[in-house]
Design a protein around this ligand. Structure first.
Ligand code: AFP
Length: 352
């Protein structure tokens, strides 16, 4: 999408038509984005009614993750799946389904999707979202998930919807990252930002600090040095945010910079962190890189990582380039002979 050709205020369908006019190869991708956007508008209206629409946080079955599904998880999964059935989509890998779902055999694209991210926020009126990545379909009789075991660089498009004070669609078709906001008067998304540009440096980090005792040395050292502020090796004070909603934290980072960290940690089942490579980390990574930011697992570029399973977890660090690079330095300078420090029980790795 030649972002220079986009006009602020234009509706999503007009912007997608423009991108297809610029690049005919985006025709099928644009159809899938339009289908997901239509489903998101319906989901936004369900969320917007809150408890008036029944208990959206009511719990039911367990999903692939062993997480208990909430009513809204199921509603969102059903709505996006219906929408994708009518689009050029061969397969779907959804957080809410154990295996790959087969929709339209022979269709050119597949979608990895988290229909409702942040479900622990549902019952308390906090932002939640839908995250998706669109890839070419790969036929390989020997590998039933071949379409999803390519690196994140195979993604043709990626996006997420934040159901917050405004419902916003953050989208990339591989040429910059755009922001659309839902205009409820016409039930359509309209362009508000044609090409995001994330600040290179930042003074804000996002991490669930209650897990500090479980982090590895490099993460402990990085956060310890952020906490030391202007008195420490980073020479600047930091602020902290943690919204418990990946899409909300990601949107803040895209709009004003910062760094988000969900590292692997010592808790049972969290060696690779909590977030999923295919339908959380990889789409967010594409959006970040298209907006001039970075995304790693602490050391490796997320988009270079190929999944071996559709629900595979990966540690995730994304945001302002300088901060993402700084985290990697803490790993690169790993010193296993770290000494104890008063704060975390291990001395920071970057101390002189
Ligand atoms: P839920 O969908 O179970 O609420 O998980 C949300 C999430 O995957 C992501 O949106 C948050 O960034 C992260 O989990 C929060 O994890 P913690 O609850 O461990 O802080």
């Amino acid at each position: 999408m030649a972002t220079g050709s986009l006009t602020i205020g234009s509706r999503l369908d007009a912007c997608l038509a423009q991108s297809v006019a610029d690049r005919a190869d985006l025709k099928d991708v644009a159809s899938v984005v339009a289908a997901i956007a239509a489903a998101a508008i319906d989901i936004s209206e369900v969320i917007g009614r809150g408890a008036l629409g029944g208990d959206l946080a009511a719990t039911g079955e367990q999903n692939s993750d062993g997480d208990v599904q909430k009513a809204l998880d199921v509603i969102a999964h059903k709505r996006v799946t219906e929408a994708l059935q009518g689009a050029p989509v061969a397969e779907v890998a959804s957080e809410e389904a154990e295996g790959v779902m087969h929709l339209n055999p022979g269709a050119p694209l597949v979608v990895a999707i988290d229909p409702l991210d942040g479900s622990s926020n549902i019952g308390v009126n906090m932002a939640v979202g839908t995250i998706f990545g669109i890839r070419p379909a790969v036929q390989d009789p020997a590998d039933p998930i071949a379409s999803f075991t390519t690196p994140g660089t195979a993604q043709r498009a990626a996006g997420f919807v934040t159901y917050g004070p405004a419902t916003a669609l953050i989208l990339t078709l591989g040429e910059g990252t755009q922001v659309y906001v839902l205009d409820r008067d016409v039930r359509a998304f309209r362009l508000t930002h044609a090409s995001l540009d994330v600040p290179v440096s930042a003074k804000e980090y996002a991490i669930n600090a209650s897990n500090a005792r479980h982090w590895d040395g490099p993460i402990k050292a990085f956060i310890e040095d952020c906490l030391a502020g202007a008195d420490g090796p980073r020479d600047k004070d930091f602020n902290m945010r943690w919204l418990g909603s990946l899409v909300a934290d990601a949107q803040r980072v895209l709009m004003r910079g910062g760094v988000f960290l969900y590292p692997g940690d010592g808790r049972k089942g969290y060696a690779q962190g909590r977030l999923r490579l295919l339908y959380e980390a990889a789409p967010i990574a594409m959006l970040m890189e298209q907006a001039g930011a970075g995304a790693t697992d602490g050391e490796r570029r997320i988009l270079d990582i190929a999944a071996t399973g559709i629900h595979e977890r990966v540690p995730l660090v994304f945001g302002s380039q300088e901060e993402v690079a700084c985290v990697a330095k803490y790993y690169g300078g790993r010193n296993h002979a770290a000494t104890r420090s008063p704060l975390f029980g291990q001395r920071g790795l970057m101390r002189g």
